[in-house]
Ligand binder design. Sequence first.
Ligand code: PBG
Length: 324
Amino acid sequence: MAFPIHRPRRLRLNKTIRNMVRETLLTPNDFIYPLFVTFGKGVKKKISSMPGCFQMSVDEIVKEAQSAYKLGIPAIILFGIPEHKDEKGTEAYNPKGVVQKAIKAIKDKVPDLVVITDVCMCEYMSHGHCGIVKKGQILNDPTLELLAKEALSHARAGADIVAPSDMMDGRIMAIRDLLDANGFKDMPIISYAAKYSSAFYGPFREAAESTPSFGDRKSYQMDPANRREALKEVALDIEEGADIVMVKPALSYMDIISDVKDTFDVPVAAYNVSGEYSMVKAAAKMGWIDEKKVMMEILTSLKRAGADMILTYHAMEAAKELEK
Ligand code: PBG
């Protein structure tokens, strides 16, 4: 029996009833806040393609981390912009690198804030690719050693969680092995498991200065047209020891978030990437959308789709919105 017995509008009658039947509740605890750490002191440099985001030196990052924690955001993820880049990404595993310094400084001042680090070579390589390059090819197996070294150096600096984003095959196992062999068997790994080769990363590459100098990332990141393949990638990473798996980007990939959530029993993270963020900022600047409402709708939708945690540049603004 449908209408007139059933009238779904009854449960939308007023705000209190709507709140009672709301299925998805967003809280600041859902957010992971990405931060870009650079060398120097007192640096807080605007990223023009990502209004509201900055490249910050260690001292500035610490302040931002404190504010995030005060707003109830449980975790940040750090991306490094090193002083110099080379063909081996040396700065990625330099114990005195920018990320390593930032981890120590943050853990010193805000010990309960969870510090996650992005583990990837692209920001540290002169060519901007996520792995070792030989004759125009991005080599998988030799890159694993560098990634594992990078993860270990983040662990030694005091990171709480490492998050490899490079999409090399076998890197979760390589990282797990090296961490375990060095006394970090309890350190969780968030795998960027289903990471697509996406044009939505455009603004990030300006932010992290990691645009590849030749070619693209299609030989290692996934084809946006593929859905089943995401489940294969996630299954492999869980087998290799991933504790949390990520889908990236988020907004155009909600079917993938939902599939992963339904198929596996590990927590799912979704990365609301730079292009998704900048589109909202740009449309709002033009006066075409209500920025805060669109932001909250996007974040709520990602949680509804199955994300247990959301990496988002909106984290601070959204947390403030939720405080109201
Ligand atoms: C590094 C990395 C990228 C992002 C996160 N880690 C860029 C890329 O793969 O080119 C993108 C984040 C964003 O767009 O917000 N591999």
